[in-house]
Design a protein around this ligand. Structure first.
Ligand code: MN
Length: 206
């Protein structure tokens, strides 16, 4: 069988307009975040895939494999995390409020109430030092909904875990609008959570 080159990633269109999450997430932030940062992760991942293909095919004599792999992890995860994060939000008419369905049942069973869950998730997100993400993931082994925080993008292929909800806490996700008030950004973010997307993601694992 002919050997193939490793394939590249593609930046998919946003599922809504840049201004669709206003006033909670401004158009300027979405523009910089999607057209700047997310596109940058895709381009960097693809450049590194070119380099990695050369390494595999022995077209490059001297290379920094550790650097290439570290860059691949950062940029591939950056791409996947952002693709997921965009889906996880929606314009105000279709977002915010409370989850329904199986997700609501699980949250109520394990956290007592949605309000208590929201408090603990926010507290966890607030405790994250520096840049990173807070995620809600479904553990198939126990059936638990786990709240997890992780720094940067370096939790390798985190997005392939049963993650159902994510919030981006890099400064680029809020600074233009909220400056250093990350807590204000986090409170605003709850207004744009797409609960039906989270519910669909959870149902894949039940
Ligand atoms: Mn980001």
């Amino acid at each position: 069988m002919d050997k193939e080159l490793l394939r590249k990633y593609e930046l998919k269109p946003l599922p809504y307009n840049l201004d669709a999450l206003e006033p909670y997430i401004s158009k300027d932030i979405m523009d910089v975040h999607y057209n700047g940062h997310h596109k940058g992760y895709v381009n960097s991942a693809n450049n590194l895939i070119d380099r990695f293909n050369k390494v595999i095919n022995q077209d490059e004599k001297s290379y920094d494999l550790q650097g290439i792999i570290r860059g691949l992890i950062f940029n591939i995860n950056g791409h996947k995390l952002h693709s997921f994060f965009w889906e996880n939000m929606a314009p105000a008419s279709k977002s915010g409020g409370k989850p329904g369905g199986k997700l609501a049942d699980l949250i109520e069973k394990q956290y007592g109430s949605f309000e208590r869950f929201k408090q603990i998730f926010t507290e966890a997100a607030t405790s994250l030092p520096g840049s990173g993400w807070t995620a809600l993931a479904y553990d198939k082994e126990t059936g638990n909904l786990n709240i997890m925080t992780f720094e940067n993008h370096f939790n390798n292929q985190i997005i392939e875990l049963p993650v159902i909800l994510l919030v981006d806490e890099f400064e680029h996700a809020y600074y233009l609008q909220y400056k250093n008030k990350r807590n204000d950004y986090l409170s605003a973010w709850w207004n744009v959570v797409n609960w039906s997307d989270a519910e669909n993601k959870l149902r894949k694992y039940l």
